[in-house]
Every structure is written in C-alpha cells, then in structure tokens.
Design a protein around this ligand. Structure first.
Ligand code: NAD
Length: 255
C-alpha cells in the first residue's frame, strides 16, 4: 500500500522540475494522477510515466491564467477518475527584477499565475470536494521568498506571500468540510527556474555559489526533497496538519 493509494491527485506545473518528480513519486505511492501544464509539450516531458502508467496517469494541457482552462482540468480529473482527493497547486512563474525596473506586465504575470490561478483552481477543486461529500487535501507551492525578503524579488515574493496566505485562509473556510489546506515554502531548488533566472548574469557561477552558501546545508535543494513533504501533507498521516506553511529550505530562513 502506497501512502497515497488510490487517491486522485491533481498536479499543476507537472512538466516542470518539481512537477515531474511529483508525478513520479505520487504514482509510486499508488495515486491516480491528473497532471497538467501549460501546453502540449508537457505530455512529452511525462511520456515515460504516461507509457508506464496509462491507467493511472492522464495529462491535460491548460494555461492556469485562463479560468476556462481551470474548469477543463477539474472536469478531466472527474471524468477520468470520478473524484478529486488532492490538489498540488505547483505551477509558478518567477520574475527576478529590481523594484525600480519591474514592469506592470511582470507584476501581472506573477500575480496572475501564482496567486489568482492558485486561488481559482483551489476554489474549483474545493467545490468538487464538497460535492463529493467533503474531505481532501490542498497543497500550495509557496516559497521561502514569500516569507523573507530576497533582493530583486518584490513581485515574486509578494505573490508567494499571497500563496502562503491562501493556505491559512482557505483552511479556515474549508474546515467544515474536512478539507485541509497547507503550503510548502521551499528554499532554492535545482530546477529550470533558478537556471533561467541566472541566465542574464555574467557572474552566474558566483551567484550560484552564494545561493548555495545561503542555505545552512550548503547547497540548493533537490525536487524530491520538497515532494516528500508534499506527499506527507497529501496523505492521511498528515491529518493534524492544517493551515500550515512549512519551510523546506535547507535552513535558509533559520539564519
Ligand atoms: N525552483 C525554486 O528555486 C523554487 C523555490 C521555491 C518555490 N518554487 C516554486 O515551486 C513551483 C515549481 O517550480 P519549479 O522549481 O519546478 O520550476 P519550473 O519552472 O521547472 O516549473 C514551473 C512550472 O509551472 C508551469 N507554468 C508556468 N506558468 C503556467 C501557466 N500560465 N499555466 C500552466 N502552467 C504554468 C511551467 O510551465 C512549469 O512547468 C513553482 O510554484 C515555484 O514558484 C520554486
């Protein structure tokens, strides 16, 4: 028996660095997974898992900034698997830009992808959970950048602080239906996201080393080091976890 045996789990940002690992580990733990990412190329990123688990993994391309696409994700999960037990709101957009240079378009992007889409998808999934009799677990992927100040991250940090607050506030609203809502707050994780951000810096190796040293463990995190926490929060073993924002940051925020 896996920790998520037979649970129907919806994972967004599923073709990304943490998302792919989440799909893999959730499947190993017995889950049935509705994986979604922005476009059809996400299906290629998950091709090996789709081939191995045709009955337990289904992929839907959806842009989370479009409300109609969010309806499509929820409908696909229900049509394919009959219910939804877990939502891992993992999609995310990152803008690293000094406050005086951040554009309105960049601000809108991170607020729309990170906060608005996470709110709306969680709302739609929670409605489904209520309709099927209650119970369930929603996990948002926040960031330690939403809890402490990082340079050049005002827009991203504000959005991730919003994501953390979604967990606390939604947990209050959904308690009457036994739906738990939590957030994970990772430190820097070695996925395409930080690499893409660092591309613009000529001294990116130096910055990478400084990022490593900012974590007490002396390195960036690996995706699975976040995802095992997400698995726990998704599982019934986390029945006393609700409204929490849990850091998984190699000690970054302890300094
Ligand atoms: N990597 C880090 O250092 C780090 C640290 C803390 C938190 N996070 C958060 O972890 C989550 C996963 O990120 P990751 O590290 O795997 O990075 P990633 O860039 O590899 O994955 C992010 C995924 O989100 C998807 N996405 C972005 N905009 C979308 C949209 N409009 N519609 C649908 N999907 C969209 C992307 O296609 C991508 O697959 C994100 O929420 C990120 O903010 C990352």
């Amino acid at each position: 028996m896996g920790r998520l045996q037979d649970k129907v789990c919806l994972i967004t940002g599923a073709a990304g660095g943490q998302g792919q690992v989440a799909v893999d580990i959730f499947l190993k733990e017995g889950a049935r997974v509705l994986a979604s990412d922005r476009d059809a190329s996400g299906r290629d990123a998950l091709a090996a898992s789709l081939a191995r688990h045709p009955d337990r993994l289904h992929y839907v391309a959806a842009d989370v900034t479009r409300s109609a696409d969010l309806d499509t994700i929820v409908a696909a999960a229900v049509e394919r698997f009959g219910r939804i037990d877990v939502l891992f709101n993992n999609h995310g957009a990152m803008v690293g830009s000094p406050i005086l240079e951040t554009t309105e378009a960049e601000l809108d992007l991170v607020l729309n992808v990170n906060v608005r889409a996470s709110f709306l998808l969680a709302q739609k999934v929670a409605r489904q959970m209520v309709a099927q009799g209650g119970g369930g677990s929603i996990i948002h992927n926040s960031s330690v950048g939403g809890l402490v100040g990082f340079p050049d991250m005002a827009a991203y940090g504000a959005s991730k602080a919003g994501v953390a607050q979604l967990a606390r506030s939604m947990a209050n609203d959904l308690r009457q239906w036994g739906i738990r809502v939590n957030a994970v707050a990772p430190g820097a994780i070695d996925t395409p996201m930080p690499h893409k951000y660092l591309q613009k810096f000529p001294n990116r190796d130096e910055i990478w080393r400084a990022m490593e040293q900012a974590h007490l463990v002396g390195r960036l995190g690996r995706p699975e080091e976040v995802i095992w926490l997400v698995v726990f929060l998704a599982s019934d073993e986390a029945s006393f976890m609700n409204g929490a924002v849990v850091t998984v940051d190699g000690g970054y925020s302890a300094v």
